[in-house]
Structure formats: structure tokens, C-alpha cells
Design a protein around this ligand. Structure first.
Ligand SMILES: [Zn+2]
Length: 340
């Protein structure tokens, strides 16, 4: 399930997931089942990288009230002072000062207690690396052809409507106005606009056209989040408002996060997220963003003002998907979270 997004002060946005399939391996390096170490970890220990990594991972799954580290450890496979202190704190909590030597030995009481106290549903935050986690990004970019097709479908729909939008005479040029405006009105409610409506369509067409420019070179305009600053592991993506039009556009990229794993296997989900972020990224005047989140029929979306509707990220994503796929109900992975 996708739980869409939160606007940050600087215009970045996130798309959040609210549930995780329990059978899905979320972090590729996550230890499966009980943590087992081959040699001792901690003060005076052998400290093999994999052992330290797994102990750090396990400690970060322990709640502070159960002796877990707060803030969480950086999971880097290196046994430094903070890792050793976290081991001592955990031991002190469960075995008192007598059992507090700062070292975890294979098969002994500390590793047993650690496995007992780990909350297996808590996923520690580990910064992504382009080297080892690049498959997450490529998993997203494999859908670029489908995403391009969605954007093209949206542009075609808008183009076909341009010549009829300001002309209420049925049958002119052989165009059937109601049918050509149907999807546009469903998502963008173009007919609610007063005055000439063609300029509105032209702006929207331009927006999708800019998106194609980004999709021409996704490797230049997208990246993985390799910092993970203060964020939860469930975040999917964010983008700098107007990044495409900034002089240093390559520094403000569309940033995918660990949560894209859930989208990589679902082409329409990937397209929804990507087009949503593209809408932020190609924004020119800073007004494009979140006025509500979710599918076109959600109450929050239906309550949008006209100018908000034509600038809303999810509206752009949902419209393109429907133009590509035909009529569709709200996808199960879209969930509204923001109401006016
Ligand atoms: Zn957003």
C-alpha cells in the first residue's frame, strides 16, 4: 500500500508506504532469522565485518527501553566506540554490571538475549550505496519505457482536446467534445475553469513534454538516496521543486529511496511515483506540488480548487496512467492521506 506524500518546507516530497509485505526482503543485507556470529564482536573481539554488521543491525532492532541504542547505530560493519557502548548498554540492561564486558561471543547469553529482544518488524536505517544498491535504481529505471508511454498517452489526450476545448459546438472538425474532454475533466476538471481553457491545456502539455526530456536521460536526472538523513526506511522518493530548470539541475535530482523496492515490481506503481516526482522536478514557478494526495476520486482530491488540480502531482500521475491504461479504478497501492 502506498501512503502518499508529505511536503517538506523546501518543496521536497516523499511518498511513504504504510505496510510492508512480511515476506519481502526489504534490505538486501538484512540478516534472515536469528543473528548468528562466527567470532566474537565488541571490546577485544575478533570483529569480522559481517559479524559486526549483523550485531549492529540486531541492536538497532532493539527498542531503547529494552536496552537498544538511541540514537540508532550507524550500520557500517566497523566496531567503534559507539557499537561497543551499545553492546555494554544492552548487557547492563539484561545482565547487570556483572555481565557487562562489551563483548558478544557466539552462542553465549548476550547473542541469545539479543535475538530474543529484537523486534523483527523494525527495519534499521542504512544509507544506500550506489555501488551495492544500484539495483534498486535500475529496478525503477527499467520502467522508463512504460512511463514514457504513459506520458505520451497523456500528451496525445491533451492534444486531441485542444481544438475542441473552447468550442462547444458538437461535431466541429468531426471531434466529439464530450468524449475528448472526458478524461481531462475527470482528473483536471478543465470545464470548471472560467474563460479560455486552451491555455490551461497548453501548460499541461508543456509539463508532460518537460517530463519526456528528463526521461530521455534518466541516469542524469535520478539517483539513489545515499545519505538517509533523519528519514525512515519506508520512504520511496523525493524531488527538488523546479530542479529541471535550475542552472545546476544535475545537483537537484529526483532521489529514489529504499522504499522503491515495492514499486520496482509493479509497472503502474513505478509510473505513478515517477510521474509524481517528475511533476515536482519540472515545476517552473514553485506552485506545483501537494494539494491533496491520492487517486482522482478520493475526497481530498475532489475538494481541490481548479488551480490546485492542474498543479497537483498525483493528478498528473493518475491522468497519465488512465490515458495509457484506459478507465481504471483506483489502484490498491494509492492511499489518500491528506485532506483539506
Ligand atoms: Zn511529492
Amino acid at each position: 500500500m502506498a501512503e502518499c506524500a508529505h511536503m517538506k518546507d523546501d518543496g521536497d516530497c516523499e511518498v511513504k508506504l504504510d505496510t510492508r509485505p512480511s515476506n519481502q526482503q526489504f534490505d538486501p543485507k538484512r540478516p534472515e532469522g536469528d543473528i548468528v556470529i562466527s567470532k566474537s564482536v565488541g571490546q577485544g573481539g575478533v570483529n569480522i565485518y559481517d559479524d559486526v554488521y549483523n550485531i549492529q543491525y540486531g541492536l538497532d532492532q532493539v527498542a531503547p527501553i529494552d536496552g537498544g541504542p538511541s540514537p540508532q547505530l550507524v550500520i557500517d560493519g566497523k566496531c567503534g566506540p559507539k557499537t561497543m557502548a551499545a553492546i555494554r548498554d544492552f548487557q547492563k540492561k539484561h545482565f547487570g554490571w556483572a555481565g557487562c564486558d562489551g563483548r558478544i561471543d557466539p552462542g553465549q547469553q548476550t547473542i541469545k538475549k539479543l535475538n530474543e529482544k529484537r523486534n523483527r518488524n523494525v527495519y534499521p536505517t542504512i544509507p544506500l550505496s550506489l555501488n551495492t544498491d544500484g539495483w534498486l535504481l535500475s529496478g525503477m529505471l527499467q520502467h522508463v519505457p512504460h512511463i514514457r508511454a504513459c506520458v505520451h498517452a497523456a500528451m496525445t489526450n491533451i492534444s486531441l482536446a485542444m481544438n475542441v476545448v473552447d468550442n462547444n459546438m458538437p461535431g466541429l472538425l468531426g471531434a466529439d467534445r464530450p468524449s475528448r474532454m472526458r478524461t481531462l475533466n475527470k482528473h483536471f476538471r478543465i470545464d470548471n475553469f472560467k474563460g479560455a481553457k486552451r491555455p490551461v491545456l497548453e501548460k499541461m502539455h508543456d509539463a508532460y513534454s518537460f517530463m519526456l526530456n528528463v526521461l530521455d536521460r534518466p541516469e542524469a536526472y535520478t539517483t539513489l538516496d545515499t545519505t538517509n538523513e533523519g528519514e525512515t526506511i519506508s520512504t520511496v522518493a523525493f524531488a527538488r521543486l523546479g530542479g529541471f530548470h535550475q542552472k545546476d539541475d544535475l545537483t537537484g535530482k529526483i532521489v529514489f529511496r529504499r522504499g522503491v523496492l515495492f514499486a520496482t515490481g509493479i509497472p503502474d506503481f513505478a509510473a505513478f511515483i515517477f510521474i509524481h516526482e517528475l511533476r515536482h522536478y519540472i515545476a517552473k514557478d514553485g506552485t506545483q506540488g501537494h494539494f491533496a494526495k491520492g487517486w482522482v476520486t478520493d475526497p481530498g482530491m475532489l475538494a481541490l480548487k481548479e488551480t490546485e488540480t492542474i498543479n497537483n502531482c498525483d493528478t498528473f500521475a493518475g491522468f497519465a496512467l488512465e490515458c495509457k491504461n484506459g478507465d481504471m479504478e483506483r489502484p490498491i497501492w494509492v492511499k489518500t492521506t491528506v485532506f483539506r
